[in-house]
Design a protein around this ligand. Structure first.
Ligand SMILES: *[C@@H]1O[C@H](CO)[C@@H](O)[C@H](O)[C@H]1NC(C)=O
Ligand SMILES: *[C@@H]1O[C@H](CO)[C@@H](O)[C@H](O)[C@H]1NC(C)=O
Length: 158
């Protein structure tokens, strides 16, 4: 039992380092996706406001996080999606930043993030900026999951 635990732990560390190294900038839109860790994030930005997003559970562990409301004249100003899976359940933190280059983007009205995961534990937070502002950072904290798929849509007025 002890041996099994040690192997699990080492596997976890190995997977985590591979995971943290992943840092993708998706072409064709303005959302930067980086993988980090919510505890590291809080340590690095102790004064960041951390506002939970609303979420709606759909079938099983499928959920959608939302923020704000659609407004006349808004459009999708940025969207991104990704799929990941692991042989061993992970705690996964995904950070979405708009605009990816920093600075100022469209006037944001509504955010929708559809997520699929194997567990039902998770929460998304706004950690910087927000609705009715021109920039936002969202951290999605997903626990004990063997996969994490998401599609995020940022609506705004240019
Ligand atoms: C953005 O959304 C469009 C429309 O749903 C989709 O075709 C496209 O693949 C999405 N892009 C990314 C990077 O998810
Ligand atoms: C993963 O998340 C679970 C549930 O919140 C927690 O009990 C566990 O300690 C976390 N594991 C790691 C390695 O952070």
């Amino acid at each position: 039992m002890k041996l099994l635990f040690v192997i699990f732990f080492v596997t976890f560390i190995a997977l985590s380092s591979a995971f943290v190294a992943r840092n993708s900038l998706i072409d064709g839109n303005e959302i930067q996706t980086i993988f980090t860790n919510i505890e590291d994030f809080k340590e690095k930005y102790p004064n960041a406001k951390i506002i939970p997003m609303d979420y709606h559970l759909k079938a099983d562990a499928t959920r959608s996080y939302t923020l704000g409301v659609r407004q006349t004249g808004d459009t999708v100003v940025a969207n991104t999606s990704n799929k990941n899976s692991w042989p061993v359940a992970q705690n996964v933190t995904t950070t979405l930043t708009y605009p990816s280059s920093g600075g100022s983007g469209a006037f944001l009205t509504y955010i929708l993030i559809n997520c699929e995961q194997s567990s039902n534990i998770g929460q998304a937070y706004v950690t910087y900026g927000g609705i009715h502002q021109h920039f936002i950072q969202i951290v999605i904290d997903t626990r004990i999951t063997t996969y994490f798929n998401y599609a995020a849509f940022f609506y705004g007025i240019k």
